[in-house]
Design a protein around this ligand. Structure first.
Ligand SMILES: NC(=O)c1ccc[n+]([C@@H]2O[C@H](COP(=O)([O-])OP(=O)(O)OC[C@H]3O[C@@H](n4cnc5c(N)ncnc54)[C@H](OP(=O)(O)O)[C@@H]3O)[C@@H](O)[C@H]2O)c1
Length: 259
């Protein structure tokens, strides 16, 4: 049985935690006792709002701007974390970006940006985390994937490929880092109503939300808080032997064969 504050004394970095799923994970971790590094790239006001909620929970929150598409900014981010805390216990590779368009309209710049934010940054952030997690004595890395890693969603080719790579990265990192007591896993949520959905043309043209609910055996959409609960579980001693897995959080949606 976990204590209600089982993350007390832990430091957690959640990339892209000013809004959406990352924000919910940051708040959940703070509720469980962790101090939080809130990272953002463009939206400082929302990152500050997340930090205010964390402060109201009695936890420390440091807001750090870093465009994780750029290696030099990732390096600066980790230098600041090292200076501020001297260690890191949890890294959640949550931030994602993507050029949503069909194959024939993909451009190298869009493809590279998508891969850099969604996969290369996860690899680099994990690399930079290792010495800080070794100082902490152990660590957790959780990657946020999506069903587009294995299924075909409209205009999702670049992000889907990046998420497939992220899931593979999860397995390789899990094996390499397990002897260092760093546990690596991923979660793959179904449709969650966040700003991300505004970037999909198919979301505005169809009643995707109500059709998703109708096709979800659990009878509702996945919420950011559902994702945060699972991520927190994976960072608990109850998940000690879960290593290199991708946990699907979708209320059964992807199990159903369409009629
Ligand atoms: N929503 C869904 O239905 C769904 C389903 C499955 C998986 N997911 C995954 O869940 C994760 C979170 O998604 P979400 O829906 O919460 O997304 P969202 O609402 O669009 O938020 C994206 C977050 O990523 C940050 N970000 C984007 N580019 C960045 C960069 N270059 N450097 C640093 N931060 C950057 C944003 O920061 P700024 O605010 O500063 O721009 C923002 O905090 C993603 O990995 C996504 O693929 C989402």
């Amino acid at each position: 049985m976990q204590s209600a504050q089982f993350l007390a004394g832990k430091i957690a970095l959640i990339t892209g935690s000013g809004r959406g799923i990352g924000k919910a994970i940051a708040i959940k971790f703070a509720q469980l006792g962790a101090d939080i590094v809130v990272n953002y790239s463009r939206n400082r006001v929302q990152a500050e709002e997340t930090a205010e909620i964390i402060h109201s929970l009695g936890r420390k929150a440091v807001v750090l701007k870093s465009n994780i598409a750029k290696e030099e900014e990732i390096k600066l981010l980790f230098n600041k974390i090292s200076d501020e805390f001297g260690k890191l216990d949890i890294l959640v590779n949550n931030a994602a970006s993507g050029f949503n368009r069909p194959l024939v309209e993909q451009k190298i710049t869009g493809w590279d940006h998508t891969m850099n934010v969604n996969v290369r940054a996860a690899m680099l952030c994990s690399q930079y985390s290792i010495p800080l997690m070794e100082k902490a004595g152990s660590g957790y890395i959780i990657n946020i994937s999506s069903p587009g890693s294995t299924r075909v969603l409209p205009d999702y080719i670049a992000v889907g490929a990046s998420k497939a790579a992220l899931e593979s990265l999860t397995r390789y990192m899990a094996i390499e880092l397990a002897p260092k007591k760093i546990r690596v896993n991923a979660v793959s949520p179904g449709l969650v109503e966040t700003d991300a959905l505004k970037h999909f043309a198919f979301m505005t043209n169809n009643d995707v939300t109500s059709r998703t609910i109708a096709n979800t055996p659990a009878g509702r959409l996945v919420t950011p808080e559902d994702v945060a609960e699972t991520v927190a579980f994976l960072c608990s001693s109850s998940a000690e032997m879960i290593c290199g897995q991708v946990i699907v959080i979708d209320g059964g949606f992807t199990l159903i064969v369409p009629k």
